[in-house]
Design a binder for this molecule. Structure first.
Ligand code: GLY
Length: 403
């Protein structure tokens, strides 16, 4: 692609790639500038599409957005596979929430009430019902809840498919890091400057660099909202031996993932003495265990204490994990926003658009964000429900209580 593009995306994570793909499919000429597309927070994510479990009380407006976002995933996943021939790992696998002590049990009961108020299908489970759904759970657990219909994708499969979809749709991927936005004499964005000094001209600039977005220069103070990095440690394990669905008769009896290679059927959300964690079983037999939420600034060093804490909590729920193979320890930075809602849409700088601040829900919000960005770029309007969270809303930098 020579000359100016219609739009340049600063950042090729799951948000930048998906919005670039759908924009190109609308006939726009598109560039994505990222030194390693898909290898930031998107590579570290759990891939859970959990519209309620990652929200807190008082966030009903946000939950409405999340439920709408989740409903768009089945069609989006099919469209991505049709466009590329590549799998996304999309599954409507459901979630089992498990409590270790009485106070954890009470917190899960509150989540049950919240889901029922929202009209969502949920049932309380005894400890033995939890254990029959998730083979290998400890006899010490105090019961939990079943949330049918919750979905997951394989985050890495999705970003690889999005890179392919972008290539097939004619998106130009530029392997450089954006240093700043270029503003014309009229003060409107007219491209980006890379760290290597290249000017990439475009009619519109979309900042979709996740937690890195506020570090992009060239924009007047106050235009980019206070998105902050929230570090998450994540582990990948391979379930082997006893205590996995594939290795037990209970797996077959309970209709779990026995025979498929998947360690167990459902996503498991653990509450262990007040600590939240999750185990996401992938079809290839690996299990993603996450995640910490740490306010430590821009650093992604994998630290022993965080790994220890995740494993310690997980083995109280699933003692057999001690024998599992530890495949990977990794850390990434979520783009936290002060009110936990994303920033999607125009800014006060003409032709400068934001798509960032998705915090714990980047994958969940991918289809709805990509559709909204493509709609804005072609019609000039951010469609509902994302129009309720304008990118130029004014917020103080403080994170909300409870995060
Ligand atoms: N959504 C998973 C996480 O942020 O840890």
């Amino acid at each position: 692609m020579a000359g100016s593009a219609d739009v340049v995306f600063a950042g090729g994570g799951v948000i930048g790639l998906s919005a670039a793909w759908l924009s190109a499919e609308q006939g726009l000429t598109v560039r994505v500038v990222d030194p390693e597309p898909g290898r930031g927070a998107a590579w570290v994510a759990g891939g859970m599409l959990a519209p309620v479990a990652e929200a807190t009380f008082g966030e009903e407006a946000l939950v409405g957005l999340f439920l709408d976002a989740a409903a768009r995933w089945p069609a989006f996943a099919s469209r991505l596979t049709e466009a590329t021939g590549m799998e996304t790992g999309f599954q409507e696998c459901g979630t089992v929430a498990v409590a270790l002590d009485a106070s954890d049990r009470a917190e899960i009961d509150q989540l049950l009430d919240f889901r029922r108020e929202l009209g969502l299908d949920t049932s309380r489970l005894s400890a033995s019902e939890c254990r029959s759904l998730v083979p290998g759970l400890s006899p010490a657990i105090r019961g939990g809840a079943l949330m049918p219909g919750e979905q997951q994708v394989d985050n890495r499969a999705v970003v690889l498919a999005l890179i392919e979809a972008c290539a097939r749709a004619g998106v130009d991927l530029v392997a450089e890091r954006v240093a700043s936005v270029s503003l014309g004499r009229d003060g409107a964005a007219d491209g980006v400057l890379t760290e290597g000094g290249t000017l990439i001209p475009a009619g519109t600039v979309v900042l979709a660099a996740g937690a890195e977005t506020p570090r992009i220069g060239g924009v007047p103070a106050g235009v980019i909202p206070p998105v902050r990095p929230v570090k998450g440690h994540m582990l990948r394990l391979r379930a082997t031996g006893t205590g996995t669905a594939a290795g037990t008769a209970a797996g077959t009896a309970a209709g779990t993932a026995a025979g498929t290679g998947q360690a167990f059927e459902h996503i498991v959300r653990g509450l262990v003495h007040g600590h939240h964690s999750y185990l996401v079983p992938r079809a290839d037999g690996s299990v993603v265990l996450g995640a910490t939420a740490e306010e430590r600034g821009y650093e992604t060093t994998v630290r022993a204490g965080a790994v220890h804490m995740l494993l310690d909590d997980a083995r109280l729920l699933l003692p057999g994990i001690d024998e599992w193979e530890l495949l990977e320890c990794i850390a990434g930075l979520r783009p936290g926003s002060p009110d936990n809602a994303p920033f999607v849409g125009p800014t006060s700088v003409p032709h400068l658009v934001l798509a960032t601040g998705h915090y714990r829900n980047g994958f969940l919000l991918t289809p709805i964000t990509a559709q909204a960005v493509a709609a804005y770029l072609t019609t000039g309007t951010v469609p509902p429900p994302l129009d309720a969270f304008p990118a130029d809303r004014h917020l103080s930098a403080a994170p909300p209580a409870g995060t």
